[in-house]
Design a protein around this ligand. Sequence first.
Ligand code: PMP
Length: 299
Amino acid sequence: MAYLYPTVYFDGELVPEKEANLSVASSAVLYGLSVYTVFHVAVHNGEYYCFRLPDHYQRLVDSCKIIGMDTFAEQWSYEMFEKAMKELLAANKPSEHVFVRASFHIDEKLPGTRSRGLNTVLSAFVYEAASIVPRDGVKLKTSVWRRTPDFSIPSRAKVNGAYVNSVLARQDAIDSGYDDCIFLDSHGHVAELSAANIFIVRGGKLITPGQNMDILEGINRRTVLELAKELGIETEERPIDLTELYIADEVFVTGTSSYLSPVTVIDSRHISSDGITKKLQTAYDEALVSTTSSYVTKL
Ligand code: PMP
């Protein structure tokens, strides 16, 4: 388990983690009605550099809008959100790079299965930045569980309840000796992992499923597409067949908690991931800990 820093932001206050409590009768607990994001914070000389913070805020706004948790955008401007994150980091004073998980919960007791016009609360905590997949080579297993389609539980919305889908598939992969799963969508095309997006390289071109293919609109996915363009690497967003993964020249995954990590095994087939993956990994790792990149917000 990653180390959790002691002070938590909860309902407008900084409190010890034990005092940040949601009711067992809240919609967050009963129905998974919380939206969340996790962002990376690079720490240099006691200053905090948050990676793509406005994008993380915007995805919280968008997720809330999809779910019908309309109070987030009304109550939390970007400036207020940024100030809360600054206070949280100042209270914990991490000296190493960390992750922050910020969640917006429905904290109303027993309203039943609905989302609009209910009491809400923002929480956030800081924890050790540790990758959830091996950074030197990820082993993936195609899941028998399919990614939830947009017409069922939209993958575009980062809502806690939807992560049951990820848990089913990742636990099955772990039970079979793999690190993570590959979700196919309801049409059989490659979608994403339990908590990361996927890329392949074929014939020098970088390819990833499009944003309308039942994936989370990953902020690191977007970053890698932008970095690839800067490096002159051709990119394409399109459906990918499972068998294209098996014969791809390279495969890698992206996500805040997975960084950019090469894939070495898919369904017992070996994949090599030198070349374009290495180039992008170097550019991505530099951007993540940069103090001058346009991607970082200094708090
Ligand atoms: N897909 C899913 C299902 C995820 O949970 C995550 C992690 N947030 C990602 C992709 C990657 O998103 P990001 O790059 O914004 O971390």
